[in-house]
Design a protein around this ligand. Sequence first.
Ligand SMILES: Cc1cc2nc3c(=O)[nH]c(=O)nc-3n(C[C@H](O)[C@H](O)[C@H](O)COP(=O)(O)O)c2cc1C
Length: 174
Amino acid sequence: MLKEIKSDIYHLMHPKMAFFLTSIAKDGKPNVMACAWATPVSEEPPIVVVCVAKEAYTAELIKQTKEFVINIPAKNLLKALWICGKSSGRDADKFARAKLKQDKSKSLKTPIIDGCIGYVECKLWKAVDAGECYAFFGKVLSAYADDKYLKKGLWSLRAEIPFHLGGSRIVYFK
Ligand SMILES: Cc1cc2nc3c(=O)[nH]c(=O)nc-3n(C[C@H](O)[C@H](O)[C@H](O)COP(=O)(O)O)c2cc1C
């Protein structure tokens, strides 16, 4: 029997890869949030989209400095991911709180998070007002990944990337 879904419709489109989204303020202070609503939208040129709640500090920063980085974690950074998904950079330095180390990105001012297994550095191309979120389309300037976890250009099952199922549930592909 098919059941009508009236709320949390997005759950039908999960699990989705959960990652750290880093951004930076005009004064050079970076921020990090947990994010799952994202997808590639074009290969040529490479364009991706991340969807960020208008009220998130990250949305303010991406609009300010027009750049962001997708930092793909493995299982070992899961606790830090929750910390970054449950508090705002407006109130706390989440890098310190989640014990995350920053590193220089290749093409942007926004830092990357040390210890992630993949990175996608983006320059903002377009921001679309979409309900309670902004859909930030980013042109990819650099993308790189730890080749230990790649097999013929695809993630190997050893990567143990967290996928957000909904609520507090995370799953891994096996
Ligand atoms: C696993 C996970 C996935 C999340 N995905 C998103 C998302 O796709 N978009 C979003 O706006 N918030 C998402 N959040 C919530 C934000 O991370 C949260 O609102 C955060 O406090 C925003 O931080 P900021 O104010 O420092 O930008 C997610 C949280 C978790 C734990």
